[in-house]
Write a protein that binds this ligand. Sequence first.
Ligand SMILES: NC(=O)C1=CN([C@@H]2O[C@H](COP(=O)(O)OP(=O)(O)OC[C@H]3O[C@@H](n4cnc5c(N)ncnc54)[C@H](O)[C@@H]3O)[C@@H](O)[C@H]2O)C=CC1
Ligand SMILES: O=C(CO)COP(=O)(O)O
Length: 320
Amino acid sequence: MKIGVAGGGAFGTALGVALALDGNAITLWARNPDAVATMQTTRLNPKLPDVPLPPKMDFTAAIDDLLGCDILLLAVPAQTLRPFLEPLAGRLDGKYLVACCKGIDLTRMTGPGTSITELVPTATAAVLTGPSFAADIACGLPTALTLACADDAHGAILQTALSTTALRLYRTTDIIGAELGGALKNVMAIASGVAIGAGLGESARAALITRGFPEMQRLAAALGAMPDTLGGLSGFGDLVLTCTSPQSRNYRCGVALGQAAGFDQATTVEGAATARAVRQLAQELDIDLPICAVVADLIEEKTDVAAALNALLSRPLREE
Ligand SMILES: NC(=O)C1=CN([C@@H]2O[C@H](COP(=O)(O)OP(=O)(O)OC[C@H]3O[C@@H](n4cnc5c(N)ncnc54)[C@H](O)[C@@H]3O)[C@@H](O)[C@H]2O)C=CC1
Ligand SMILES: O=C(CO)COP(=O)(O)O
């Protein structure tokens, strides 16, 4: 099956590299023609500067070049997935559409897999998520991800097509649980970064990760996820990775917030919009998600770190 990638950022490129080195011919679409020309001629992507782009990868800024692919890996940022798909919806019938972004769309409050199902109901929607830094995948380091597809037979086809020796895909039919794990761990990564940036210590970070996990589980359960999914790679696995590694942009953004320092607004930090979406969902569903709420307030500068800490520490003592 022919594989295409939409999105010329770090993650789409890394997946393309891994699959091309495994023998697949990959077409990668990026919206910026200059970026495409650079990749085509230099065989490098500045977002992954140390990784040569394999000969089996081709680059295009013409979206029509993707339409001959059977499997499309959608690696555009989460808030841009719906606007990306909407004009294409009638031209993607029957394809495998695999969301590779992590977040909750602020306009519709849906995760990426759900957005695909809504916008292209004739496609097979799937979500690829889990603990993985683009640079690790591109360098061929061992990585394990979750491939979620409601139809398990189609999920098995995708699992085989997208796994390589180093990139191991585990299968689930729970799209909601997988996409929420990937979205919510970014909010917790910001919180963890804030704790470290503000000098609150590693014990505080461990507390945030551990108390953050049941927040993820509560929201996921309320939105219809299967109970065990959040304990897997897409939830717990990615929570651990992203909350503990300075490679994570969400974590680094949190560190900057904790230090009251600036952070490059052009960096992709999916947890910022997701925190706001989660705060709204929590209100609508009447669920208590205190860590998510303070992250959203910090992002919007409705609170500062001292007040956020006080809000968390002054909550009533209770059973674990
Ligand atoms: N970088 C990583 O290690 C990982 C990233 N992801 C996810 O992959 C998604 C993409 O992230 P990255 O590739 O890392 O981001 P990035 O910042 O490296 O690249 C984002 C790319 O999206 C493009 N883009 C922005 N708006 C667009 C639009 N409206 N239409 C088409 N393209 C647009 C930008 O030009 C840029 O090339 C995110 O949801 C992220 O959470 C998932 C796992 C690992
Ligand atoms: O999702 C990721 C790791 O699994 C990448 O995290 P960041 O987007 O925070 O860099």
